[in-house]
Write a protein that binds this ligand. Structure first.
Ligand code: UD1
Length: 358
């Protein structure tokens, strides 16, 4: 089977790592298109080197821009490659503009599209990611769902027959890296007097793009009673600069974006996590850290069980919420136990055989 993966943004490089490893253990052909949505060394290259991933076969170098223009450039670049490559499967990841562009390119050329991390829903139609998810799922031929909840959303939309639950590939890579870095010191960038700190990230458009909302979120974080380490996403930096907001006020300690291993070491060493990232919510949950989510909802609803994750959209009483005691309950394994990438590759092979022999 010949599979072409399309990635472009930071969380997709993380998902690509276990998928590449799973393909490397088979005789199947797997190659990669990078759209260039993320292009900074710390947002892209560092992930390829950390995971030992080969340079993508193609890099479209699309870069930043308005959503329509960014998505259109990707669509046109991917279409050109697919026209000559004609893979058996086009594999798309998550919910970014790169995901939607690739799914459209495949659907237009009648190239079977598989969506990894299918079925996530926030039911918040003001998020660009929600449209990317829904449109991609409905364009795709095979829906690789990370959880039963995700599969039930797909069934509710009439997509149950195309769905396979494979688990969450981000947990595959997280468990491997957490084992490898266990016992290692904090990344050098995290310099805190008594070792206690909150790890914070914020990059969602809903938090960064409205200056009043961004100011309120930053002042809520700045008032937390222990140091707040803030790896700064380029979108946050750009928004703070244009709104003239200080990323080092009060308890805030801004640092550059962390590589994957550094991020895992930071979560493991943290007192608690506060974020609007989907990936980091799950990483904190799986590693047994309390997490507070600065959004009105989460797609990863399993993290809310027993209060491991708490939603704090109104930003009130953040100190008490973020530093609440950890639950004493067991967390279970709603995201699988580290074999999702192998299950995803097996599903691609099995469904290729079933479609080609049909
Ligand atoms: C994108 C995804 C989001 C995902 C996030 C992970 C969409 C709609 N959003 O958001 O779902 O959670 O990636 O990081 O696809 N920039 C740089 N250097 C880079 C990349 C971006 O400076 O390497 C700056 C640009 O100025 C750009 C801004 O960051 O304007 C936002 O980048 P963009 O790719 O549009 O979206 P993200 O906010 O990163």
């Amino acid at each position: 089977v010949k599979v072409t993966s399309v990635v472009g943004a930071r969380p997709q490089f993380v998902k690509l790592a276990p998928i590449t490893r799973a393909f490397d253990a088979t005789e199947h052909e797997h190659n990669v298109i990078h759209t260039g949505q993320h292009y900074d060394g710390l947002m892209s290259d560092i992930f390829f080197s950390t995971f030992g991933l080969a340079e993508p076969m193609w890099n479209l170098g699309v870069g930043s821009g308005p959503h329509g223009e960014q998505t259109a450039k990707m669509l046109s670049g991917i279409e050109k490659i697919l026209t000559s490559e004609r893979p058996d499967w086009l594999l798309v990841y998550g919910d970014t503009n790169s995901t939607l562009a690739a799914a459209l390119a495949g659907a237009k050329l009648h190239i079977p599209v598989a969506h990894l991390e299918a079925g996530l829903r926030s039911f918040n139609r003001s998020m660009p990611e929600e449209h990317n998810r829904v449109l991609t799922d409905h364009a795709a031929d095979l829906l690789l769902a990370p959880t039963r909840t995700a599969a039930s959303h797909l069934a509710n939309e009439g997509l149950g027959a195309r769905t396979v639950v494979v688990g969450d590939v981000m947990v595959d890579v997280l468990l491997q890296v957490a084992t490898a870095v266990a016992g290692r010191a904090l990344p050098d960038a995290i310099d805190v007097p008594d070792g206690r700190f909150v790890l914070a990230t914020m990059h969602r458009a809903e938090n960064t793009d409205d200056p009043a909302r961004l100011a309120a979120a930053l002042s809520g974080l700045a008032e937390i009673s222990i140091p707040v380490i803030l790896p700064v996403h380029p979108r946050l930096q750009a928004a703070a600069t244009s709104a003239d907001l200080d990323l080092s006020a009060g308890s805030l300690h801004p640092v550059e974006p962390l590589g994957y291993e550094q991020m895992v070491r930071a979560v493991l060493g943290s007192t608690a996590v506060i974020t609007d990232s989907g990936g980091l919510q799950k990483e904190a949950f799986v590693l047994g850290k309390t997490v507070t989510t600065i959004r009105t909802e989460t797609e990863w609803v399993e993290t809310l069980d027993d209060g491991w994750n708490v939603l704090a959209p109104d930003l009130k009483d953040l100190d008490a919420i973020v530093l609440r005691p950890a639950p004493t309950t067991e967390r279970g394994h709603p995201y699988g136990t580290g074999e999702a990438a192998i299950a995803a590759v097996n599903a691609l092979v099995a469904h290729h055989r079933s479609t080609s022999s049909a």
